[in-house]
Structures are given as C-alpha cells and as structure tokens.
Design a protein around this ligand. Sequence first.
Ligand SMILES: Cc1ncc(COP(=O)(O)O)c(C=O)c1O
Length: 491
Amino acid sequence: MKPAAPLPELLLDKASNVPLFRQLYGAIKDAILGGQIKPGAQLPPSRSLATTLGVSRQTVVNAYAQLLAEGYFTCTVGKGSFVSLRLPVRHTPVRKRELQAVAPSEPPRLSDRARAFVGTHVALADQPGSARAFRTGMPALEAFPFDVWTRLSARRWRRPLLPLGYGDPSGFAPLRELLATHLQVSRGMRCAPEQIIVTTGAQQALSLVAMMLANGGDKVWVESPGYRGAAAAFQAAGLVTCPVGVDGEGLCVAHGAAQYPGAKLAYVTPSHQYPLGVTMSLERRMALIAWATQHKAWIVEDDYDSEYRYAGPVLASLQSLDRSGSVLYIGTLSKILFPGLRLGYLVVPPALVDAFRRGKAAVDRCTALMPQVVLADFIAGGHFHRHIKRTHALYDERRAVLVEALQRELGQRVAIGPSNAGLQLAVAFQGAVDDQAFADRATAKGIEVRALSTFYLDHATQARASGLLLGYSCVQPAHIRQSVAALRGVL
Ligand SMILES: Cc1ncc(COP(=O)(O)O)c(C=O)c1O
C-alpha cells in the first residue's frame, strides 16, 4: 500500500442545500475517477480530514461509508481506508473542466433511427407563460371544472378503489366503453370498445400507426399545408412523407393518386383540415376510400377537434363511411380538456386489434392509468358532455368576435378562411406579405401568431399561401379585439 497521499483541494459549499457529506463523497469520487487520487492511496483519518475541511467528523465518516459501500475504498481495521486497487486506472486523467470543453465538438453517437427522430420538425415548446392571443390548439382553461376533476381524483386515490398494477395495454376498459358510445353517438362510428386503444395523446397514436403498418422507406401522403406533428411521427418511423395539396374540398386525392400511387398510408384531417380549416367533401372522402381499398393502403383519420362545429353540415367521420377496414381513426382529449393530460385514442379495424395491443404494450405497457380512470368517471358523471357544451358556446362567441375584429381592423387586406369549426382560423394576406417576418414582429409585440407558409411540407415546388393561423379558444373577447388592433399596427 502507498503511504497517505496529500488530497487535492476538496471544495465544499456550506451554503448549498446538497448535504455536506454528499458533496464530500462526490468530490473524492471525482478525484479518484479523474486520477488525482491513485489506486492504493491511503485516505486521511476521518478526524484529521474533518479538522482540515472545517466540517464535523460525522460528515467525513458518512462520505467514507458511502465510498466504501460503492467499492471505491477498501478498509482494513486498525490501518485505515485505501482507494481500491481494482478500479480501472485512467492513463490520461480527464478533469471535469476538460470534459466540458471536449463534449460539444464530438457529435453524439446516435443510431440511424435516432437521426430520423432528431431530424423532424416537431415542436419542442414548453409553452411559456399563460395562454394568450393567438395561441393555437389551446382550450379555455378558465372554463375547466377543476373542482370536479379534483373531487373525482381524490375519490379514486382512496384505497382500495385504486388500480395500481399494470393496466390493459388497450386502456382502462370502462373508459373504452364510454368512448365507444361517445363515438357512436357524436361521430356516427361503428366501433366496439375492443377496437379502441387509449394512447398518450394523438402523437403516440400516429407513431404506433406508422410503426405497425409501414416499413422504413414506405411512402405516406401528408396534407400540405398540414400538421407537422404527424409528419414528424412518420419521418421518425423512417417513412417518406409525400406532400399532397389541399383545396376548398380538402385533400386533393387525385393529385396524391397520380403522384404517389404506391403509398402505404394517407394522413388526413377531414372534419377540419389543419391548418386551413376546410371540410373534406363527400366526393373526396369516397375517392380516398376507393383509392385505399384498391391499393391496399391505410387511411389515418385525425379527428382532433371535431367536437367543435358551429355552423354548416356535420359530416360523419371517414371511418363511418368505410366498408373495407382501411381507416384508422385518431381522437385526442387535448382540445376538449387540456394538452398536458396526454390522453388520446386510436380506433383500429377489428383485424388489427391484437397486433396494436401488443405493439402498444411493447412501447410503454399502457398509458398512465389514473388519468384514464378519472376521465371515465368524468364522462360517466355527465361532466364531459356538459364541458363540451359550455366550451362550444364560449368558442363560438370568441370566433365571432375574432371574425368581426378582423373584418373591422384588417378589412380587405386579409381573406378569412372557414371559421365554422375548431379552435383556430386561418387568414390569407391579400397582396405580398412575408408572413414569417410578420409573425416575428407580432411575437415581439407579445402576440403569438403562426405563419401559414411554415405549414407547407414541400418548400420547393408548391405555391404557398402567405397568411396566419390564429387560435381564439383560449383568448377572452376583449383581448381578442385589442390584439387584432395591434396586428393592424404590425401590418
Ligand atoms: C392536427 C392535430 N392533430 C392532433 C393534435 C393533438 O395532438 P396530441 O393529442 O398529441 O396533443 C393536434 C394538436 O395541436 C393537431 O393540431
């Protein structure tokens, strides 16, 4: 054994809320791993190190005990503590500061699959501040019955009612029953509870569909302009996203069929196209189903906000028209309740139920059970439908205020897109306006708007509308009026 070696400087911060023994343990461990204290070196007796550092002896004893337990030390009674000889010797000791300097220049060693994930344009935002004009996709939280939700949760947390084991990968059975009834009544769907898989938001449903139904390199039609979250899920799964245009009748099916006839999947938002807001015509729906049936392709119907329709005919879901079992239907609770809940669901054709159940189990066993249980109680108690009714009236008023303010303040300078459904509306600039520059200037003034041109997936060939997507559901009427007046200033 080597004689007791002088220790490097061990810096402890007495003002920190990390306990001193933890700090000392960390400092000695770093010094051992960094090569500053060599294998076999003897550590000073706890009493003398405590005096040197100005800490209690117990602090040193606790730090030594932790290092001993983790195998950094060996201890011989009557002789003292020694650095283990069995630790790997570092020939070139790397200090913390050197590590920090080296790390940024070295790309992380990622898999090809991970590179596909990292390369997507999915939003990473932890949305700052409270909801404000004109944040998209955000419900009116002030209208949410938190007291009811809290009461229902508290009741469920009281044992022994609580389901704390692993749940069914398809989701909490009573919730699936309730969702099936809701979909039959409100969306005209033919679906048994067994066909429903509860997911961690629509986003996980999109990922599952991509992974379960297509191989890497397969093509998927995506609406352009369209929802980047869907494109990201497909790209992350190694699929090739093929932009298909959208007009007043929704997705241009003939264009998709002519350009990408061999695609495996077609992603659509037929009830309320995201972001333009158009409703897909019946003729287009039939054409899409005919194409999918003929080519043995799948249709992914994202029905993200169909509960909110204020005027005009309500078209039943695409899934309800399909007789060939080609449609996978996706719903979310993000718009009706709130996005942080992370609950969504997938309705799969009967033939796919078992495969999707297993796929979902392999991804995360099951979606968190407690929110599902509370949601089931919330629906069964009638609160869900009451909340939809209340927010429907609220959003209807807010969209009317927004349309009126846009007409008054911006008049002929914008064309207002369909406003008969959803939580946001699109406006197109009449004349040449750089919508991204406009959005940046508005954001600098504290108004969140999203440039329509950023929703196009094919930057090279497609003529892009210049305009804005304005979310109104989370904004009070007075604030809507003020903010539109401020937008006129920006224009
Ligand atoms: C088109 C579309 N689909 C789905 C979602 C909801 O996704 P999630 O359930 O993952 O929150 C959104 C939310 O912005 C959306 O715009």
